[in-house]
Design a protein around this ligand. Structure first.
Ligand code: DGL
Length: 269
């Protein structure tokens, strides 16, 4: 299907976490329409095999392409880790991941060149962060920590309180001991737990959320390719999900920061 400057930006994630990226896209590019796909029927991606995450990611990308998107944002670190290179090579539209923008932000924020990354198992095991950090900042030391329970906590809306705090302490205290000054939230669900994460890490540690740098990168990319929509309009946001979860609206609105209106359940395979 062909696209024009008026076509939407396609964004996908395994669940609702990618709405944290959509929130920033809508703030930074208010005239751009967004078509979001949350593959909730297959959440979480972060505990699955590389081949399965790749297969799901390709299906999500195909679904969005058929609906005429002009660019694709992979708003999931696990999918970015294993599927970005191939999607970027094979798709007829520009493709952005969330890892490169997060690394670039971390590299400009760090002062002591000790950077932590928290993410899903799939993201850490893929080596994607280590590879890109090494390339962008060979002098830095990196410390990785998978935090798998943060995803269900965020999807359940347990963002603060004793259980979230206990999980945060268990996961983060070992990485805090490494004297990092910058911590990448390497999963698009984690920004919702920013409160407990920063309580454990302390104020001296900068938390890097990929959503803002990704939206800024998208803006620059669209401008460079002359694909930005420069008119004035009430840009629509359409949300497709492969399944509904309980508390969908409450949780989705917490991620997105606005009312969830146009939501449709779809089959993609
Ligand atoms: N939002 C996904 C990510 O950024 C993680 C959730 C999942 O495990 O599916 O990695």
């Amino acid at each position: 299907m062909s696209f024009t400057v008026k076509s939407p930006i396609g964004v996908f994630d395994s669940g609702l976490g990618g709405l944290t990226v959509v929130r920033q896209i809508r703030r930074i590019l208010p005239a751009e329409e967004v078509l979001y796909l949350g593959d909730l029927a297959h959440l979480p991606y972060g505990t699955k095999s590389e081949s399965e995450i790749r297969r799901r990611s390709e299906q999500c990308a195909r679904f969005l392409l058929k609906r005429g998107i002009k660019a694709l944002v992979i708003a999931c670190n696990s999918a970015s880790s294993v599927a970005f290179a191939r999607l970027r090579k094979t798709l007829p539209v520009p493709v952005l991941d969330v890892i490169t923008p997060a690394v670039e932000s971390a590299v400009s924020a760090t002062r002591n060149y000790r950077i932590g990354v928290i993410a899903t198992y799939a993201t850490i095991e893929s080596g994607s962060y280590a590879r890109i950090l090494q390339k962008k900042c060979p002098d830095a030391e990196f410390f990785m920590k998978p935090c798998p329970l943060f995803v269900p906590l965020a999807e359940e809306g347990w963002l603060d309180g004793a259980i979230a705090m206990q999980a945060a302490r268990k996961y983060l205290l070992p990485i805090k001991k490494k004297s990092i000054d910058t911590l990448i939230l390497g999963c698009t669900h984690y920004p919702l737990l920013q409160g407990v994460i920063s309580k454990v890490m302390g104020r001296s540690v900068s938390l890097i959320d990929s959503a803002i740098p990704t939206a800024l990168k998208l803006k620059a990319l669209l401008a460079k390719r002359k694909m930005s929509y420069d008119g004035v309009r009430q840009a629509r946001l359409k949300i497709c999900v492969t399944d509904y979860v309980r508390n969908f609206t409450r949780i989705g609105e917490a991620f997105l920061g606005e009312t969830l209106e146009c939501v449709r359940r779809v089959r993609i395979s």
